[in-house]
Design a protein around this ligand. Structure first.
Ligand SMILES: *Cc1c(COP(=O)(O)O)cnc(C)c1O
Length: 236
């Protein structure tokens, strides 16, 4: 069995080391434990570690698990958000990493207003221009910036990126560096701070931290391979 507690300890150690290498304070990098596909009883092991910050990618799946777990756990949505799930998402997740268009941002704004919520959000950027991936292009986000900043309910923390997958973390580095540069150019264009960079996954989070990540989204390195989730829960 994977020792989730030990895995979290090890990942946090490596986060601190990567932060140190880039002369950053380790407390400036949050660890979002990506618990998608894992059942509540597995997530509870992480909560007992204790670790309290989790990422889920599906609103429906999260809506079944979150009520089973202690309310001290905090949940971020990291997956594609469909318009018909916005209301449910806002009730479950104080932070959304996947605002991928102005249109979606405007819908979230309207429903947040109805619900009296002020969600924290990251704007998802498709830096590599991959056709299969959602997200603002760098040009589009510059174009939409003023309108995004005018949305009074949305508190924009910064940018989020899922780079093209490559097992070699050095292949991700240029994308992470470009997201940081994009953040800097948006900050000067909009005259606002955008401190958050949601970037880095199990195989490349240390590289992402060296390039300025402020929150890494780590699943496999904590919980193990997701294909095993079903058998693991069936055994319990
Ligand atoms: C699943 C997922 C992760 C975590 O991936 P691992 O490789 O398991 O660490 C991070 N970000 C997003 C958006 C994901 O969907």
């Amino acid at each position: 069995m994977d020792d989730i507690c030990e895995n979290i300890r090890r990942v946090k150690e490596r986060i601190a080391a990567a932060a140190g290498r880039s002369r950053r304070d380790p407390s400036d990098v949050e660890l979002l434990a990506v618990s998608k596909s894992w059942p509540a009883e597995v997530i509870r092991e992480a909560i007992d570690a204790p670790h309290l910050l989790f990422g889920e990618n599906k609103v429906q799946e999260a809506s079944l698990k979150i009520p089973q777990l202690p309310s001290k756990a905090k949940w971020h949505l990291i997956g594609n958000l469909q318009k018909n799930k916005i209301r449910k998402a806002l009730l479950l997740f104080p932070v959304i990493h996947s605002i991928d268009s102005l249109d979606l941002a405007q819908h979230v704004e309207r429903i947040a207003d109805e619900l009296g919520r002020f969600p924290d959000v990251y704007l998802q950027v498709n830096i590599a221009g991959e056709s299969a991936k959602l997200g603002f292009s760098p040009d589009q986000i510059h174009f939409d910036l003023d309108e995004l900043l005018n949305l009074k309910r949305l508190h924009i923390l910064g940018l989020m990126l899922i780079p093209p997958f490559d097992p070699d973390p050095e292949k991700s580095r240029p994308y992470y560096a470009r997201l940081r540069e994009l953040r800097e150019s948006l900050e000067s264009a909009g005259g606002v701070p955008l401190p958050g960079l949601s970037m880095g996954m199990s195989h490349d989070y240390e590289t992402a931290i060296e390039e300025g990540s402020t929150i890494v989204r780590v699943g496999t390195a904590i919980f193990g391979k997701r294909g095993r989730a079903a058998t693991k829960s069936a055994k319990r």
